[in-house]
Design a protein around this ligand. Structure first.
Ligand SMILES: *[C@@H]1O[C@H](CO)[C@@H](O)[C@H](O)[C@H]1NC(C)=O
Ligand SMILES: *[C@@H]1O[C@H](CO)[C@@H](O)[C@H](O)[C@H]1NC(C)=O
Ligand SMILES: *[C@@H]1O[C@H](CO)[C@@H](O)[C@H](O)[C@H]1NC(C)=O
Ligand SMILES: *[C@@H]1O[C@H](CO)[C@@H](O)[C@H](O)[C@H]1NC(C)=O
Length: 299
């Protein structure tokens, strides 16, 4: 076998393995595509110091590409030593409460918002002094922060506690049985890829990048900024998500419903905007973290 076929065989094998893992576990967060898109879009908005710092902290397996490791927290969260991280992927609200409240929904900082503050602070501590005395693993901090910035923008990561953010709401997506959470993690994106983007995630990402430049352009600056001078400001993102969950995700999608074109076409716009906002806000947060650390760029 030539090296090209070898490479192909290996990739098919890995793809098969990933598919199997996916089928066995099911997906519980923006699927891999959603996370990849958020991080890929963010990369386009990195300032110079951020490019350098991110490269420094990425694991070798990322091959210099943040997007390549943005699903890592999903891959590890069922391993015994990482099970404690599972609750950091979301911030559910009491049933039928369409607002979010940090002290109520993020007790002891134990939710996606608290985790975003936590990993931002760890990365901030990096450059203040010498890297060697930082007691955290900043590779993990970067991968967690990038992943959770995606999760917080998936409306059903701020869903209701009683149905586990839509995981217990059984619905059909066209003729496929699934649950509402997965519809928002994966199905809407997958259907969009097939219908509009020739099954190519990179074509979809390019379309979102164009929308950011020519469509949403007036809003993009405000998406990235924080009120007061915070480095990270995830609370408003969580408030937006539960509001969207009530207005769009849960609406007309009670258990047993078959969701089709009406739901897909009206919700796709929300999903695309949330992915784009996640990317812009991840880039803005990392830029704020690393712009104050010129030392890192030269270390
Ligand atoms: C913050 O991160 C550290 C290191 O991963 C972890 O031990 C701690 O539990 C985290 N706390 C929160 C609130 O996420
Ligand atoms: C940091 O975390 C990554 C991912 O878990 C791991 O591969 C690496 O060995 C860790 N580095 C140190 C110094 O512990
Ligand atoms: C769509 O994808 C297929 C397979 O990758 C490719 O052969 C075809 O040229 C693509 N069509 C367009 C319009 O890009
Ligand atoms: C934000 O930071 C600037 C410059 O450090 C400072 O002048 C300003 O007062 C700060 N604003 C708030 C609301 O903290």
């Amino acid at each position: 076998m030539g090296s090209i076929e070898m490479g192909l065989a290996l990739r098919m094998w890995i793809a098969g393995l990933l598919l199997l893992t996916h089928l066995v576990h099911g997906a519980l967060c923006w699927g891999d595509d959603g996370h990849y898109a958020v991080c890929k879009i963010a990369q386009g908005y990195f300032e110079e110091e951020t490019v350098v710092a991110v490269k420094k902290f990425l694991p070798a397996s990322a091959d210099g590409e943040l997007a390549a490791v943005c699903s890592w927290p999903d891959e590890i969260k069922r391993l015994p030593q990482w099970r404690w991280t599972a609750a950091l992927h979301f911030a559910d609200t009491p049933d039928y409460k369409c607002n979010y409240d940090y002290s109520r929904d993020c007790a002891e900082d134990w939710c996606v918002t608290g985790a975003i503050f936590n990993y931002t602070n760890q990365l901030m501590s990096a450059s203040e002094d010498s890297l060697s005395i930082v007691p955290y693993n900043l590779t993990e901090a970067l991968m967690f922060l990038s992943h959770f910035m995606g999760d917080i923008h998936q409306p059903l990561h701020e869903g209701f506690l009683g149905d586990l953010g839509g995981n217990r709401v059984k619905v059909s997506w066209y003729n496929q049985e699934t649950n509402l959470h997965r519809v928002w993690d994966d199905m809407i994106i997958e259907s969009a890829l097939e219908k509009y983007y020739n099954s190519s995630l990179s074509i979809m990402i390019h379309a979102l990048e164009d929308k950011l430049k020519y469509g949403w352009s007036n809003d993009v600056r405000s998406w990235g900024s924080c009120q007061r001078n915070e480095t990270a400001c995830p609370n408003p993102y969580a408030s937006e998500s539960i509001d969207l969950a009530c207005k769009y995700a849960y609406k007309d999608a009670t258990a047993g419903t078959t969701l089709g074109d009406d739901y897909f076409l009206s919700r796709l716009l929300i999903v695309e905007k949330r992915i784009a906002q996640g990317g812009i806000r991840l880039a803005a947060t990392l830029n704020r973290i690393f712009s104050s650390k010129p030392k890192l760029a030269t270390a």
